[in-house]
Design a binder for this molecule. Structure first.
Ligand code: GSF
Length: 204
């Protein structure tokens, strides 16, 4: 198997953390998805990373589909509970964390456009989503050790990748670690795990 992705990509990081936690061997190839014609298009018509190319050449995307597949590939360190209510609670955390990232990335892409073409109202709308999302994550985590239940799951991985990316890129100048001490504590604890430490975005 080969994972196509990039180091700063938080969705790619989610998949890399899952691979490491489950001790699944997988080649990692970094790709630049900025040019309209790029090597990912042949595997994912949406031209986005991560994409997982399997041994038979078929490819999986997006990150949520890939992590579901990987979790079922090996019984080691199950990250998605089987029971329906438990599973959807974990997937809801993932949707919340990924949704924050979706808004954060739109803010970042907009900030890279020429100043006079940037839409302030539209950026404000995305900033509202990101701020409400982070505030919900912080409130729902509270002082608990883990996002869901009493063990480490995909929920923690998704939230950790979200915190790490927001701290790295600072969309809308949000200082997530300064504003939410419980998220700072939670992220520090995740970074003690090799799966997180080895996949961290570059230091700013
Ligand atoms: C999001 C992937 C994505 O936006 C997932 O895999 O969970 N829902 C998808 N990837 C970005 C890179 S990133 O910043 O993580 C991407 O590939 N963007 C290129 C483009 O053309 O949108």
């Amino acid at each position: 198997m080969k994972l196509l992705g990039s180091v700063p990509s938080p969705y790619t990081r989610k998949v890399r953390v899952v691979l490491a936690e489950k001790k699944i061997d997988c080649e990692f190839e970094t790709v630049d998805v900025n040019p309209p014609e790029n090597p990912v298009n042949a595997h994912n018509p949406l031209g986005k990373v991560p994409a997982l190319v399997m041994d038979d050449g078929a490819a999986l995307f997006d990150s949520r589909v890939i992590v579901e597949f990987l979790d079922a590939v090996s019984p080691l360190a199950r990250l998605i509970p089987e029971e329906n209510r438990e599973r959807v609670a974990v997937r809801r955390w993932e949707a919340l964390a990924d949704g924050c990232l979706d808004a954060g990335l739109l803010i970042r892409y907009e900030s890279l456009r020429p100043k006079k073409e940037q839409g302030a109202a539209w950026v404000d709308k995305q900033t509202g989503k990101l701020k409400r999302g982070l505030s919900a994550i912080a409130a729902e985590l509270g002082d608990k050790a883990w996002c869901h239940g009493d063990r480490y799951t995909l929920a923690d991985i998704a939230v950790g990748c979200c915190i790490g990316w927001v701290n790295f890129r600072r969309p809308a100048e949000i200082d997530v670690l300064g504003k939410y001490p419980n998220l700072a504590r939670f992220y520090d604890k995740l970074m003690e795990r090799p799966a997180f430490a080895d996949t961290a975005p570059p230091k700013t």
